[in-house]
Design a protein around this ligand. Structure first.
Ligand SMILES: [Zn+2]
Ligand SMILES: [Zn+2]
Length: 407
């Protein structure tokens, strides 16, 4: 399409929002009379006027995959975000599907956060920097980066301590309403929260730095150290990665439980000592017979399942540590207070993470952490809905969307 397709004249953008596939342009005739004309969105873009002629530039629209209602995605054109001086524009390549995304998709809410439709999901993302703001020194154009999805306020007491910014009450976290997520072509993000990936780390691995970070933080909260025996309840992405990080920290024997046999087998293939399908075997028996008759040193609850939460106190020895990272729909802590007192259990919560990205990326580079091995499938951007449906199936561990694919 060339300039000649359009009438000559001064033009200025009326609205960047497309309507019926067209973008409204107000054209000012040489005599100063405004005339409406239309230009097809996506083909070409009019940016201003020079000497009575249109100026053409690259399209500034992008594709976004919106959750438009419960159980329904739609593709729309949105304005490509522009960057502030401290930001970079990232062309998104891969987005991992998180359990929280599936809750939003299926129920329109997750842990009390309710979606205001339309809403963009996805917070496990990586892509390529295509534009950098004037103040940015950390990355340059063409760098491949993982995006840390939380933006703390940087102003409260939690943010003042660099280890607790993840507890900021004003955190904007991608895909947690009302903050949009990464299932879009381009994201503008502060350079401070993007991390360059070394050549040997793929963009898919970059996207999975986020769940790996959740697992790293849970193991840190549990204080997993050399020789500790660990029970991991739940063989989803977080449970699999908690086991991975615990192994990397030198844990002794590790038991992983789930109700889905495929997840138990995967954990065993990935190096867990005992995978227990709780539909057929009792993890307490396995622990007592094979590890220690008093129980394990640490339990990290990664399923959110009520039955697994209850199991933790039976599984852990006196004086042991119990960390909760799997988010239940609605469940209380083990309530045998006398038992908790007598056995001196330490209960801890583990929420997201802080300062994990550099170590996570380095750990993937050196092979200390395998994140690729938890991926069950990948699908293209145009199949996002099918990807969510597949990710929700019990035997899926981690689904990934290739946002970089053509629609
Ligand atoms: Zn997540
Ligand atoms: Zn804050």
């Amino acid at each position: 399409m060339t300039e000649d397709h359009y009438p000559k004249g001064r033009a200025r953008l009326v609205s960047p929002v497309s309507c019926d596939g067209f973008v409204g342009i107000r054209r000012i005739t040489p005599r100063g009379k405004p005339v409406r004309t239309h230009v097809r969105a996506g083909d070409i873009w009019l940016t201003g006027t020079t000497n009575g002629k249109y100026e053409f530039s690259e399209p500034t629209l992008m594709r976004a995959c919106e959750l438009s209602a419960v159980g329904e995605f739609s593709y729309v054109e949105r304005e490509r975000p522009s960057i502030k001086p401290d930001e970079v524009l990232v062309r998104i390549d891969r987005v991992g599907i998180c359990g929280s995304d599936i809750h939003y998709y299926q129920n329109g809410e997750n842990s009390g956060n309710v979606v205001d439709f339309p809403h963009v999901l996805g917070h496990e993302s990586a892509g390529t920097v295509v534009e950098v703001g004037g103040d940015v020194r950390k990355v340059t154009e063409t760098d491949r980066v993982a995006i840390e999805p939380g933006l703390p306020c940087e102003d409260c007491s939690y943010c003042a301590d660099e280890d607790t910014y993840h507890l900021c009450e004003d955190m904007e976290y991608m895909s947690s309403p009302p903050t949009d997520g990464a299932l879009v072509e381009y994201v503008a993000w502060p350079a401070r929260y993007v991390y360059p990936l070394p050549e040997s780390v793929s963009l898919r691995e970059g996207a999975l730095v986020e769940p790996l970070s959740v697992a790293m933080h849970a193991c840190e909260r549990a204080g997993v150290s050399a020789g500790d025996s660990v029970l991991v309840t739940g063989g989803g992405p977080i449970g699999q990665l908690v086991a991975e990080v615990a192994m990397a920290r030198g844990a002794g024997q590790i038991v992983l439980t789930d109700v889905v046999e495929e997840k138990v087998r995967l954990a065993e293939e990935r190096g867990v000592d005992f995978g227990v399908d709780v539909t057929t075997d009792d993890p307490i028996d396995v622990i007592h017979e094979n590890i220690d008759e008093n129980g394990v040193d640490i339990a990290i609850e990664s399923s959110g399942a009520e039955i697994a939460i209850e199991t933790t106190t039976d599984a852990v020895k006196r004086g042991g540590d119990i960390v909760f990272v799997g988010v239940p729909i609605d469940a209380s802590l083990p309530t045998d207070v006398v038992g908790i007192i007598g056995d001196e259990y330490d209960f801890r919560g583990s929420f997201r993470f802080s300062n994990t990205y550099p170590d996570a990326i380095e750990g993937i580079r050196t092979g200390r952490f395998d994140v690729d091995g938890i991926v069950s499938f990948e699908r293209g951007f145009g199949e996002t809905q099918a990807a969510f449906d597949q990710a929700a199936e019990p035997e899926s561990v981690k689904g990934v969307v290739r946002v970089s694919d053509e629609l």
